[in-house]
Design a protein around this ligand. Structure first.
Ligand code: ATP
Ligand code: MG
Length: 194
């Protein structure tokens, strides 16, 4: 890639943000969008949608690694919080993969339970910048100053006992590959501004 191409590529990195039903219900849409704008990210696509199960099933990966990771993260949190859990007794699953599958199912149902806001953002290192502004997945671990740190409170251990996903307001693409796939899934070409 030549110098011009490289400059363009860096300037035009894009990522997808979804404001989940809890964010919309709590009236945090304006606050959340303003944080991205304030940081200097450009909005290149925006909409309100009621997601279908089919769309959400395409959105969340099905790979063994991703699903297992969902379950493993819960165990990690329990360990960090020194809470002893027994997968079989407490969650009626045999392993972290099975737990991950359950969480994925809850997530899909949750994302379809109310309207969500889809936002395409653009700017240098947009993926990483947005993840930084959003904060860590688990609300109690998200730093103050981040969106999740300032506006969410929940526990994955509690959530799983209540058969639901962690409520953390936002989805943000995890890396550039995810971003590319997700932007194509959520926006038609002519819905994105150049
Ligand atoms: P997102 O993909 O939504 O931006 P993330 O990349 O920070 O979040 P992932 O590991 O991709 O986190 O998990 C996807 C979503 O699944 C989380 O945002 C959260 O709502 C939910 N989740 C993650 N871990 C758990 C868990 N142990 N129990 C319940 N829900 C969970
Ligand atoms: Mg993710």
């Amino acid at each position: 890639m030549n110098r011009e191409g490289l400059i363009n590529k860096i300037k035009k990195e894009r990522t997808l943000v979804l404001i989940k039903p809890d964010g919309v219900e709590r009236g945090l849409v304006g606050e959340i969008i303003s944080r991205f704008e304030r940081a200097g990210l450009r909005i290149v696509g925006l909409g309100i949608v009621r997601a279908s199960k089919k769309l959400m099933d395409k959105h969340y990966p099905k790979t063994k690694a991703w699903v297992e990771n969902l379950g493993n993260n819960m165990l990690k949190t329990a360990e960090e919080l020194k809470i002893k859990i027994d997968l079989k007794r407490d969650y009626k699953v045999n392993n972290t993969y099975e737990l991950g599958l359950k969480i994925r199912e809850w997530l899909i149902n949750y994302m379809c339970s109310g309207p969500i806001i889809k936002i395409a953002l653009e700017g240098p290192h947009a993926v990483q910048t947005v993840r930084k502004l959003v904060g860590k997945t688990i609300p109690s671990m998200a730093e103050p100053g981040t969106i999740r740190g300032d506006f969410s409170i929940d526990s994955p251990i509690l959530a799983n006992l209540e058969n639901r996903p962690v409520k953390n307001l936002i989805h943000a693409s995890g890396n550039q590959q995810e971003a590319e796939y997700e932007l194509k899934l959520w926006f038609k070409k002519d819905e994105l501004i150049d």
